[in-house]
Ligand binder design. Structure first.
Ligand code: CA
Length: 225
């Protein structure tokens, strides 16, 4: 496992480096943001440990640049500033975890281990039921390889069904989760939308997936033969 540490405080850097080397990790160290950024792109690292306060280029800006090119590289931010705003800024820019200085080496090690375990490529976030696929990132829906265009509400409704396949969802539950409303007079709207959705995902395809359960609600499932 190959780790890059970007940290300008020599003492902290060597403390982390020696500790991680004792755990048989291979560590490279950069002492400013610019050098760190160059090294990220030159090397093949499994993890980046990045200080926020750095000379030449600060950690958050390094992180932003890293994320534009290396989506899957796990990043652990080291921050001396224990404010909520800094943590949020770091996580917003794509940090996977952060550690506030001063920290115990054991805590750093635990987080490094967790991030390296997580570093395996994430499966694409696609919800699937038989030949129906909904991609949460590209927001594309296909059935049997054919693209299906949905409105934002239809998409949200289908996503809700696909997250609960085989489960009967009442109109009240759908109203709460998809529309964020909580009254029964809304149920007609849901019936209308379910029909729109059914036309788009079921009419031209087999098997039919979206079923009405009389008196109870709707269920998305592959019918039993
Ligand atoms: Ca620093």
């Amino acid at each position: 496992m190959h780790i890059l540490l970007v940290e300008d405080e020599k003492k902290v850097a060597s403390f982390i480096q020696r500790g991680l080397e004792a755990e048989h990790y291979t560590i490279d160290v950069a002492y400013d943001g610019e050098t760190g950024l160059t090294q990220v792109f030159d090397g093949d690292y499994d993890l980046l440990i990045l200080d926020v306060m750095l000379p030449k280029r600060d950690g958050l800006s390094v992180l932003q640049e890293v994320r534009r090119h290396k989506l899957n590289l796990p990043v652990l931010l080291l921050t001396a500033r224990d404010t909520v705003a800094d943590k949020v800024a770091g996580l917003d820019r794509g940090a996977d975890d952060y550690l506030t200085k001063p920290f115990a080496f054991e805590e750093l090690l635990a987080r490094v281990r967790a991030l390296l375990r997580r570093g395996a490529p994430m499966p694409a976030p696609v919800l699937t039921l038989t030949n129906l696929h909904l991609d949460l990132v590209t927001r594309q829906v296909t059935r049997a390889g054919k693209r299906i265009d949905l409105t934002a509400k239809e998409f949200a409704l289908l996503e809700f069904f696909l997250r609960h396949p085989g489960r009967v969802l009442s109109r009240t539950l759908i109203a709460q989760h998809v529309w964020g409303v909580d009254f029964d007079t809304f149920t007609n709207v849901i019936d209308v939308y379910v029909n729109y959705l059914r036309k788009k995902i079921d009419t031209d395809f087999e098997p039919k997936l979206l079923h009405t359960v009389r008196g109870a609600g709707y269920v998305l499932k592959v019918p039993e033969i």
